[in-house]
Write a protein that binds this ligand. Structure first.
Ligand code: ADP
Ligand code: ADP
Length: 237
């Protein structure tokens, strides 16, 4: 069974159709990149996958979006639960104006994942380790997240997403605000994370898609024009 099964998905902003009739399966341990020029609908599409666009009044989603066989727009489970299953990392690192510890502990606290302080400490440590940030953060856990470099902040946002043990992580241009060294670190993380999570990345960078993803999907004016194995897409003829 695929992780996501999308059938005839369309997204409208009022009468304007931003996403046009997309049908696609996304596999469980896949890293899939969505690529295309600005305005082609990449973010709109990504935000359907955890109903992040619910907050936009004029936004309407049609079609079937099945996650583990259940339609997320018709499910009785609430969006808070959905967003714990499907985490998100944004273009601009957006840690809460809190300590490093409290950023990572935020989700586990809300979802009641740790009853004892020791359990929470363990989740924070393992999440920071998985985000490659433990050595840099361990001596300043109670320092402000906003005191870190941009690349560290983005890895903290990844740790914050990981902390609730999601099944899927959505990444919207996760490296666009980062320098090349920070970008390389995040790309390395993506490769490691793919063992444990389904990863869906929006990027405008062909090179990034080629480096990190198993499959690459091309958007043009709201249409999905090609989806293929990344090695096939980027192999010279
Ligand atoms: P990016 O493509 O880098 O995410 P945009 O400038 O396209 O940046 O979008 C920034 C924000 O503005 C997003 O939240 C998006 O939903 C919103 N937005 C984009 N286009 C429109 C529009 N035509 N009308 C209203 N809001 C829009
Ligand atoms: P991309 O992520 O590829 O840059 P978007 O998904 O942001 O593309 O935008 C796709 C289309 O939807 C664009 O025409 C954009 O102007 C429009 N759009 C995006 N967000 C909004 C919004 N909040 N309100 C109205 N139109 C929007």
């Amino acid at each position: 069974d695929p992780k996501y099964k999308l059938r005839n998905v369309e997204v409208f902003y009022d009468d304007a159709r931003a996403i046009k009739n997309i049908s696609l399966d996304i596999g469980r341990n896949e890293v899939i990149s969505f690529i295309g020029p600005s305005g082609c609908g990449k973010s709109t599409f990504l935000r359907c996958l955890n109903r992040m666009n619910d907050s936009i009044d004029i936004c309407r989603v049609k079609g079937e979006l099945l996650l583990d066989g259940e339609d997320i727009y018709r499910s009785k489970n609430d969006v808070v639960e959905l967003r714990a299953r499907v985490g998100m990392v944004f273009q601009k690192p957006n840690p809460f104006p809190k300590s490093i510890y409290d950023n990572v502990a935020y989700g586990p606290r809300i979802h009641g994942l740790a009853n004892r302080k020791a359990d929470l400490d363990e989740i924070v440590e393992s999440s920071l380790r998985k985000a490659g940030l433990w050595n840099e953060a361990k001596d300043r856990l109670h320092g402000m997240a906003t005191g870190m470099s941009g690349g560290q902040q983005q890895r903290l946002c990844i740790a914050r997403a990981i902390a609730v043990s999601p099944e899927v992580i959505l990444m919207d241009e996760p490296c666009s605000a980062l320098d090349p060294i920070a970008t390389a670190k995040v790309e390395e993380l993506i490769a490691e994370m793919s063992e444990s999570f389904t990863i869906v990345i929006v990027t405008h960078s062909m090179q990034q898609a080629a480096r990190v993803s198993n499959r690459t999907a091309f958007f043009h004016l709201g249409h999905l024009v090609e989806v293929n194995e990344t090695t096939k897409v980027f192999t010279a003829p």
